[in-house]
Design a protein around this ligand. Structure first.
Ligand SMILES: *Cc1c(COP(=O)(O)O)cnc(C)c1O
Length: 354
């Protein structure tokens, strides 16, 4: 498929002070768009000026939430080149999400080519300051003008780009989270493993209550027994107990994070014992009481590694590693960001140059 290009005639000013970028507020000059129509498949791939789109108020995505998305970043290296971290994994996962949400699959190779072309066009938007990057958001949503429940026949696939500031502007500060016992995020047979808007919509209430209590995030338990640990909002979770790295296995209600997968591969390569299995919150609390809970950390594209310093379960408060970042968390952060920004050799073959 050809990609048609329409360049903006009114390019925007690039942000001068990258320390004020924040996350997800600023967008670049262009975006990628492609249509799907039943019978015709994906077609009309184009890179056009970034801007508003017009939709029917009856668009199915607005009523029944048929939508999926991805999130990854482009990094600027010391020599000025721009690179992506495992983008093939994002488009592979997007097709897994698509299958669950009855959205037609995309051609993974083609959309990666389109992404590279878009980032190449927008490469001056990739931030220069340490820790800052260009956040990439591919997404697909149903646009049939029809207020009835069924899988749609018409979709838009889009990629938008957002220069974003360093996640940790003041160093890797451990976060405060609590175990959510009232609400659940995903259930057996549900959509937990898919990157879909619905999973976020239902998590907002718990998130909001956490913020009101001065906690950053919640730790979700399984939706059936509320016993097994699943993940944290937009991050997967790891525990280091007595030297062993443990993370909940992918049972269908946990999002299969690419940072999670990479952290497991790095830990194994460095000789740590890594186990993917079901783990209860009781087990974690018991390990804490016995002085064996060495580290807790989250993994995700935005934060890379997010150490957990304070974990609350009911009335029990666990201060982990004296609220300091642990050894393995630190090693993973240094290794992952080193590969992503090109200061460490890419031994795993994860980098794709733009
Ligand atoms: C995207 C996401 C993650 C992290 O996945 P990465 O590929 O590592 O960024 C974790 N949990 C949820 C619910 C997510 O949507």
């Amino acid at each position: 498929m050809e990609i048609r290009i329409e360049k903006t005639t009114t390019p925007k000013e690039k942000p001068v002070d990258e320390s004020k970028l924040g996350f997800g507020h600023v967008f670049t000059d262009h975006m990628f768009v492609m249509n799907y129509d039943a019978g015709q498949g994906w077609h009309d791939a184009r890179i056009v000026p970034y801007g508003e789109i017009s939709l029917s108020p009856a668009s199915m995505c607005l009523h029944y939430g048929q939508e999926i998305f991805e999130g990854l970043k482009a990094y600027r290296t010391a020599d000025g080149s721009v690179q992506l971290f495992r983008p093939d994994e994002n488009f592979k996962r997007m097709n897994v999400s698509a299958e669950r949400m009855v959205i037609p699959p995309i051609d993974e190779e083609f959309v990666l080519k389109a992404l590279k072309q878009l980032v190449e066009m927008e490469k001056d938007w990739v931030p220069h300051s340490e820790g800052a990057s260009l956040y990439i958001r591919p997404f697909i949503f149903a646009v049939d003008p029809y207020v009835g429940v069924k899988p749609a026949d018409h979709y838009l696939f889009m990629i938008i780009l957002s220069p974003s500031g360093a996640y940790y502007s003041t160093g890797l500060n451990p976060v405060k989270i609590y175990v959510e016992e009232k609400y659940v995020r995903a259930v057996r047979g549900g959509t937990g493993f898919a990157k879909t808007a619905a999973n976020y919509a239902i998590s907002l209430k718990g998130q909001d209550e956490a913020h009101n209590q001065d906690y950053e995030q919640v730790l979700w338990l399984d939706g059936v027994e509320q016993k097994y640990i699943e993940e944290v909002g937009s991050m997967n979770i790891f525990f280091v107990i007595d030297g062993e790295v443990i993370t909940p296995e992918l049972t269908g209600s946990v999002l299969p994070g690419i940072t999670r997968k990479s952290a497991i591969e790095i830990c194994r390569k460095k000789g740590f014992k890594v186990t993917e299995r079901r783990i209860t919150i009781e087990e974690v609390a018991k390990a804490y009481d016995e002085g064996k809970l060495d580290e807790v950390f989250g993994t995700g594209t935005a934060a890379v590694i997010s150490p957990v310093g304070h974990l609350k379960w009911g009335s029990k408060i666990m201060e982990i590693n004296n609220n300091q970042i642990g050894k393995i968390s630190h090693m993973l952060y240094e290794t992952l960001t080193g590969i992503q920004w090109g200061t460490l050799p890419d031994e795993f073959g994860w980098i794709v140059k733009v």
